[in-house]
Design a protein around this ligand. Structure first.
Ligand SMILES: NC(=O)c1ccc[n+]([C@@H]2O[C@H](COP(=O)([O-])OP(=O)(O)OC[C@H]3O[C@@H](n4cnc5c(N)ncnc54)[C@H](OP(=O)(O)O)[C@@H]3O)[C@@H](O)[C@H]2O)c1
Length: 340
């Protein structure tokens, strides 16, 4: 391992113990992670907070056995040590990174191939809020559901971290119409400001009818769903001929009784994936694809892809950060400031 000199032997991290409500989290001290040949060690500047962290803390989404049991799936920071097989990065390089876990800490290790340069024009705080949503949206909306320029995208949860990224990426890659569902008008206004073309209040409107009305009766070419069972049949109805539905979560249930007829009659594709469980090589391939296809867009027009940071909290205020996410009052991303 090649390391900068004078690394401490211990670090602070967020310990959620056996899990439970937000109050179960506390700051603890422990040893720094030890990198393998293909990994880098990063001094964390900031860490993004994502819904899967809340699920991990509360016990419904355990970390893989071979990953850090500390929460935190995305970070920005500076590399302080590299494994013996790492050639791309060196100590001192500033990066943003997808992590297998362990981001809520002063130091975090991750495969070198899951790191990306800080995009042009973004701060470390903004860069910390990129990887989890950019990897997820790219892999699902673009790779699996094959959204192409000129097509229509319906995003459920348009003001979420994932939804905000999906709006920006879809518009940056030429989607003709981006329609979002949100739980109130303020969230719809936020999504419209980010670039969405139409907003549907899912609490007061029927999103199937509203999507058809917004697409001259065609329906959406691609649907990004994080709601699950209660939306499955409706998504089939809201999809256009040859439409693709990408499932990335089941917030309101995993089981549904479904009339499958529209799948065949409209020649639909239902797909989905969960990022954390994918092999290192698959995440490396997504990183490479993002770097070649998406990162240049930051240089062309940073504002079109800039993550919206709703709130930042010191690492010691992690309880407040999770409480905010659970209250659902945020627009875009919540970020932990690890290096003050
Ligand atoms: N598969 C993967 O690899 C992967 C990776 C990352 C995240 N995810 C999942 O993606 C989802 C978003 O993550 P995030 O970090 O962006 O979380 P977040 O910011 O907390 O967003 C949750 C969103 O769900 C929306 N929602 C809840 N009930 C809804 C309904 N009935 N109709 C429409 N929207 C509804 C909320 O909308 P309102 O606030 O307007 O009610 C909110 O926008 C989470 O479920 C997370 O687990 C999956």
């Amino acid at each position: 391992m090649n390391a900068t000199s004078a690394l401490p032997t211990t670090m602070q991290f967020v310990d959620h113990g056996a899990g439970g409500p937000a109050g179960c989290m506390r700051i603890n001290n422990g040893p720094l992670p030890v990198v393998s040949d293909d990994e880098v060690l990063i001094r964390v500047a900031a860490a993004g907070v994502n819904r899967p962290d809340v699920s991990q803390r509360s016990g419904s989404y355990p970390a893989p056995a071979d990953a850090s049991q500390v929460m935190g799936l995305e970070i920005s920071g500076v590399i302080v040590a590299v494994g013996s097989a790492v050639t791309r990065w060196k100590a001192g390089d500033a990066v943003c990174a997808l992590t297998p876990g362990g981001g809520y800490a002063e130091y975090c290790k991750t495969p070198a191939a899951h790191c990306l340069p800080i995009p042009s024009g973004l701060s470390m705080l903004e860069a910390a809020a990129l990887c989890e949503t950019f990897f997820t949206v790219w892999a699902n909306v673009f790779d699996r559901a094959r959204l192409t320029a000129g097509e229509t995208l319906l995003i459920h949860g348009g003001s979420s971290g994932i939804g905000s990224t999906a709006i920006q990426l879809a518009k940056a890659f030429g989607a003709s119409k981006v329609i979002v569902t949100c739980g109130d008008q303020a969230k719809i206004d936020y999504a419209l400001k980010l670039g969405a073309d139409a907003g549907i209040n899912y609490k007061t409107e029927d999103f199937v009818e509203a999507t058809k009305a917004a697409t001259d009766g065609r329906g959406a070419d691609v649907i990004l769903d994080m709601v699950g069972a209660p939306y499955f049949q409706k998504n089939l109805a809201a999809a256009a001929l040859e439409g693709r539905i990408a499932q990335i979560a089941f917030q309101h249930g995993v089981k549904a009784e479904v009339n499958m007829q529209p799948l065949m009659m409209k020649r639909l594709t239902w797909t989905g994936s969960t990022l954390r469980a994918r092999p290192k090589s698959a995440k490396a391939a997504i990183a490479a694809s993002l770097e070649s296809q998406v990162w240049p867009k930051f240089a062309q027009n940073t504002d079109a892809l800039r993550p919206n940071i709703h709130a930042t909290f010191a690492l010691s205020e992690v309880v407040k950060a999770h409480q905010m996410m659970e209250a659902g009052t945020h627009f875009g991303k919540i970020v932990l400031r690890v290096e003050e």
